[in-house]
Design a protein around this ligand. Structure first.
Ligand SMILES: Nc1ncnc2c1ncn2[C@@H]1O[C@H](COP(=O)(O)OP(=O)(O)O)[C@@H](O)[C@H]1O
Ligand SMILES: [Mg+2]
Length: 195
């Protein structure tokens, strides 16, 4: 694995801007799509586990220490995994849950950090995170993405496939980024993963 001298997404948060956060959201979603298609749940998605390449153009999903390879996309898991604020609520409530949907909740927390330029560890509670989302315009794509990914109900939470489809809609500002990503195809999906 190469050394990514730019460091982690956590370190990049204070200087985050919308251009970067849009790009990173799409790339992370594409990276998770690649993993989930191969039935790999990361289980510890967080800003500390996302590295940034030298020219800050690309993010790389790292640290597969808690990852699981599952038999099918519906195979339930029962072990609570992840890091504090990134752990989806159903892991504390249900005996069994879908690990891929847990990754999507954690992606929501990562996106929250990028939108608000704040490390989630500076927060005291999940409620604070929810309240800040309500300060966004409720018709904005950021509100929609955050509200959906951080939905306590995993059934209602989008998969990475569906999230990319939503972002691709022409009314949102992500359309062109996804088009260029699809143009690069498989090579791109693989490039955002670093096992
Ligand atoms: N290839 C790398 N390039 C730059 N920094 C790295 C790299 N791998 C790990 N790090 C840094 O080390 C930290 C810990 O590495 P990680 O693989 O996440 O292991 P763990 O969290 O299990 O200790 C990361 O959060 C990151 O700051
Ligand atoms: Mg780590």
């Amino acid at each position: 694995m190469p050394l990514y001298e730019t460091g982690t997404l956590t370190e990049a948060l204070p200087t985050m801007n919308q251009e970067k956060s849009d790009e990173y959201l799409v790339q992370l979603c594409a990276g998770l799509k690649f993993l989930h298609r191969h039935k790999i749940a990361h289980r510890d998605v967080k800003t500390d586990n996302v590295l940034i390449t030298a020219k800050e153009k690309r993010v790389v999903i790292a640290d597969f220490g808690l990852s699981e390879i599952l038999t099918t996309i519906d195979t339930p898991v029962s072990t609570i995994k992840g890091t504090h604020m990134y752990i989806s609520p159903e892991q504390f409530i249900q005996k069994e849950f879908n690990a891929f949907k847990c990754d999507m909740y954690a992606l929501g927390v990562v996106y929250w950090c990028m939108v608000f330029k704040v490390d989630v560890f500076d927060l005291k509670s999940t409620e604070q995170m929810k309240e800040s989302i309500n300060t966004l315009c409720d018709t904005s794509i950021d509100w929609l993405v955050l509200t959906n990914l951080l939905d306590p109900s995993p059934v209602d939470r989008l998969t990475c496939y569906n999230l990319l489809c939503v972002l691709e809609q022409p009314e949102y500002r992500f359309t062109d980024r996804i088009a260029s990503l699809r143009g690069n195809g498989k090579i791109f999906y693989q490039s955002v993963i670093n096992v």
